[in-house]
Structure formats: C-alpha cells, structure tokens
Design a protein around this ligand. Structure first.
Ligand code: C5P
Length: 296
C-alpha cells in the first residue's frame, strides 16, 4: 500500500503585517497563490513514523520529530487514535527556508497521504483544522488556488481570480527563518501597514497581469532585505529586466517576478540566470490546486 501526494509552493501576492497579537503572532492580511512548483510526499505502511528527504535543499531539512511532515502524521495519528505507522519519502522541489511554504506543503501532503494510507477518512474541514495547528500556511497548502488569508494567515476565504499567471522565481543562496524576519520587522517604526489588499484583489478579479504586477505588496520585504542584503541586487536586476512586478515571497529570500505570459517568462528567466544575481532560477505558473493524491 502506497499513496503519493503532491503539494504546491505558495507566493504572497499581498502580505500586510499588522500588530503582534497576545499569542505572539502577527495579524495578517494576505493573498496567497499556489504555484506548480510541487513537493511530493510518498507514504508507505511501516512500523513507526520515519522520513527520508531527497531533492532541492534536502540536506537542510530536519529528519527528526520536528520534521513538519512527521509532525503532521503524528498529529493525525494522535487525533484519530491510529496505531499504524508510515514511512514517508519527501521529494523536494520547493526551496527550503525560501518563503514559499515548502515545509507547510510537506505537512499538508503528509496529512492527505496518511489519511488515505490509514483510511482515517477525515473530511477536508477536519484536515484543515489539523493543518492550522501545524502552521499558519498549512491550511492554504491544503486548499491551493488563490485565497485571502486573515488571522495569522490560517483563516481562508475564496478570491475571485481570473486567468493564469507566469512567474519566474529567483532562488537565493541561504535561507531565512520566518521568526527572524518577523522579529526584524518589529524593529521598524512603521506608522501604517498594508491592511487592505484591494489593489491585488481588483487585479485578480479583472485577470490583469499588468495591474497585478503593479499591486504586489510585501510588508516583510524591507526586513528580509536587511537580513539578506544580497536581495537588494536581485530585486534591482529583476526590475531592470522589465518584469511586470517584483516582490520578495513571504518572509524570503526567494524573489518572485511576474511576466506578461509564458514566452515573456522564458525570456525573463534566461536573462535573470545570465545576470548571476541568485543561486538558481525557476519558472512556475499559478494558480494550481492544493495537496492531492496523484497515485494510489
Ligand atoms: O505559523 P508558523 O509556524 O508558520 O509561524 C512560524 C513563525 O512565524 C511564528 O512562530 C512567528 O514567529 C512568525 N509568524 C508571525 N505571525 C504570523 C505567522 C507567523 O509572527 N501571522
């Protein structure tokens, strides 16, 4: 018995970061989009919970109990009283610590895979509640598409989004940890935060990539750039190359460039790779669905 699940990377088209709440999380207003840069989690029956990781940045992924896919499987087992184990194999394509919810994708994929492997039969709402316990981005990794996130990012509402979007991703050397970026953000004396996502939502409603490019917003961009100064050159070069919009993805350090369409994205990706301002360049399209079984 074997279940294979793929789960998407995300970028934040809008990331407004508000005040710190009593529980230590920041109030967020964000618009997520899921991209076809996919991690794969394979779950097979086993005596206990074990994980192996291959692919992009695999050596940086923890293999113990704090591996997010293992935590997801353990949480599902605990809540459903399952005693079965699982051998998890993760094939990574999403950069580790890149601000693209790679760990969250693995957690969402593990929930879906172990639910199918163990026949626990939870519905999507039950899985969503477990996902929210695992991390702020995990519910979105389950759902995918394009969605508005509020609360600490885990409360999702649907967004009317037309069209598909062609992205180029500049992967950075080294990663950033999300708590460090939020902590750096807290040292900025900001009078206002990007509490409203109206411009991004209007662009998505119209299916207008030019308007979307102009509306991309990330309140964490400044903090991420301070912690990872190489990003300044990546951002400047990306703008020079004529992308419709350029934004740091989530807490970074991946930079997302929006192109007018697939051909423009191919050209942009080749030009960016030629400039040597990042570790690697990837093409991706969105929106795509969330974590789902691809092979039983
Ligand atoms: O929820 P998740 O585990 O992904 O969050 C990781 C860290 O990011 C949190 O511990 C916190 O430091 C920061 N964070 C935050 N506000 C949010 C989401 C995350 O401060 N809304």
């Amino acid at each position: 018995m074997r279940v294979v699940v793929r789960a998407p990377a995300k970028i934040n088209l809008h990331l407004g970061v508000g005040p710190v709440r009593p529980d230590g999380y920041h109030e967020l207003v964000t618009v997520y989009q899921a991209l076809d840069l996919l991690d794969e989690v394979r779950a097979e029956a086993g005596p206990d919970l074990a994980v192996t990781v291959t692919g992009e940045g695999a050596s940086d992924v923890p293999l113990g109990a704090d591996n997010l896919a293992v935590r997801a499987a353990r949480l599902l087992a605990d809540r459903t009283g399952t005693t079965a184990g699982a051998r998890l194999t993760i094939r990574k394509a999403i950069p580790v610590a890149g601000g693209m919810a790679g760990g969250s994708a693995d957690a969402a994929a593990a929930l879906v895979a172990c639910d199918a492997l163990w026949g626990t039969g939870l519905d999507r709402d039950d899985l969503g509640a477990l996902a929210a316990e695992l991390g702020s981005d995990v519910p979105f990794s389950l759902v995918g598409g394009t969605a508005l996130g509020t609360g600490r990012g885990e409360q999702l509402s649907p967004v009317l989004a037309r069209g598909t979007y062609a992205w180029v991703l500049a992967l950075a050397a080294g990663g950033l940890t999300t708590p460090a970026v939020f902590a750096a953000y807290d040292t900025e004396q900001r009078a206002v935060w990007s509490e409203r996502a109206d411009a991004v939502l209007a662009a998505l409603r119209a299916g207008d990539p030019t308007a979307l490019g102009a509306a991309l917003t990330n309140d964490l961009q400044e903090a991420a750039t301070r912690l990872h100064p190489d990003l300044r050159r990546t951002l400047e070069t990306a703008r020079e190359l004529g992308a419709l919009g350029v934004v740091v993805s989530g807490s970074g350090p991946t930079v997302a460039l929006l192109a007018a369409g697939p051909d423009a994205a191919d050209t942009l990706a080749a030009d960016l790779a030629g400039r040597g301002v990042c570790r690697a360049v990837r093409r991706a399209g969105g929106p795509v669905p969330g974590a789902r079984v691809v092979d039983g």
